[in-house]
Design a protein around this ligand. Structure first.
Ligand code: ASP
Length: 342
């Protein structure tokens, strides 16, 4: 009798263990299916390196270099997205790379203000919760986009400026450099050149540059960021649109993520990044037509020259400029590319 109880006990235990093993196999399968279906989800990334005026005939070889650098950055973002990274992390990572690239007007290689100094602005926005961070006029924080992220994630504020911003970043452990770190020989030479003929060159349309990134991640979240040295020879203390949430940068999961570049004063006055999102959310416009209408009807090449990159919640991309060119690159789950003049 005792023996048959023992046998029954073994039998029940065996069945229990087998069913647990099957259960965990089922869990694993469910997990894998979830991962697979998230791998099927759309992603999209678009970056820009500024819009403006450039002659393709004289800049041919340098253009190839720009394209290579843009491609490297967008490819990095694409890899991160394939691995499941969050949109806001991809935006920060890609803009850090662009800030480290002296070809572009942001971070290292930024243009100089009227005092001959680099004064840096940046902003970032997370579409999932519409949290945002920005810095303006920083001089010693190596990566202004990470400073903007620090404001968003770790402070009670949205916007910090000048010495207060740099001091906060240094206290928070962000890398600090000497203000001269950002100034390359090419920018100094150009500034000296401008100094000689400054009276003749008050046209702000000759002074464009900025970098930006807009992303849809595989979880359906949007984010955007922008970083710049601003417009060259700017009055010191001048703040453009790039660090102004709603002007140079905006992201909302309900509509789209936007990063702008161009004559900042017009982009601020017309709340360009927010206006594009609002046209979609409240006016039912599609991404491409919202961007087009703002760049060509609200703004134009004379009053508000520049460009916009944007991604919507369905993975559509828009990259338009009312200037002759805009450095830009994009990647989605189905295509990728780099363009300058088109
Ligand atoms: N929007 C920037 C500013 O006004 C400059 C640019 O993007 O070209 O500071």
């Amino acid at each position: 009798m005792k023996r048959s109880y023992k046998f029954l006990w073994y039998l029940v235990s065996f069945m229990f263990i087998t069913s647990c093993a099957q259960q965990s196999e089922t869990d694993k399968t469910i997990h894998e299916i979830t991962e697979e279906s998230s791998e099927d989800n759309k992603f999209a990334i678009v970056i820009h390196g500024g819009a403006g005026y450039r002659n393709p005939a004289t800049n041919g070889p340098e253009d190839e270099l720009y394209k290579e650098h843009l491609y490297r950055v967008v490819h990095h973002g694409e890899q991160m997205l394939k691995e499941g990274a969050k949109a806001v992390d991809v935006v920060e990572a890609c803009i850090r790379l662009l800030e480290d690239d002296s070809l572009f007007n942001a971070g290292l290689g930024a243009v100089l203000n009227a005092q001959g100094k680099a004064e840096l602005d940046a902003s970032i926005m997370n579409g999932a919760d519409r949290n945002a961070g920005a810095v303006a006029g920083v001089h010693t924080t190596r990566h202004p986009i990470s400073a903007a992220r620090m404001v968003m994630d770790s402070s009670k504020h949205v916007f910090l400026s000048g010495d207060g911003a740099d001091t906060y970043m240094s206290q928070m452990g962000l890398e600090q450099v000497e203000p001269e770190f950002f100034i390359t020989g090419k920018r100094r030479a150009w500034w000296n050149e401008q100094l000689k003929k400054r009276e003749k060159d008050e046209n702000p349309d000759n002074k464009h540059g900025t970098v930006g990134c807009a992303v849809l991640d595989r979880s359906g979240h949007l984010a955007a960021g922008t970083s710049t040295g601003g417009m060259s020879n700017k009055q010191w203390g001048r703040i453009g649109d790039s660090p102004v949430i709603g002007a140079g940068t905006y992201a909302d999961d309900k509509s789209c993520a936007v990063s702008c570049t161009g004559h900042g004063e017009y982009f601020i006055r017309n709340a360009v990044a927010y206006q594009i999102a609002a046209r979609m959310q409240f006016g039912g416009e599609q991404l491409d037509s919202a961007v087009h209408n703002v760049l060509f009807k609200v703004l134009n090449e004379k009053a508000g020259s520049g460009g916009v990159i944007a991604v919507d919640k369905d993975g559509n991309i828009s990259m338009q400029h009312n200037t002759p060119m805009m450095f830009r690159a994009w990647a989605t789950d189905v295509e990728e590319g780099v363009l300058i003049y088109e």
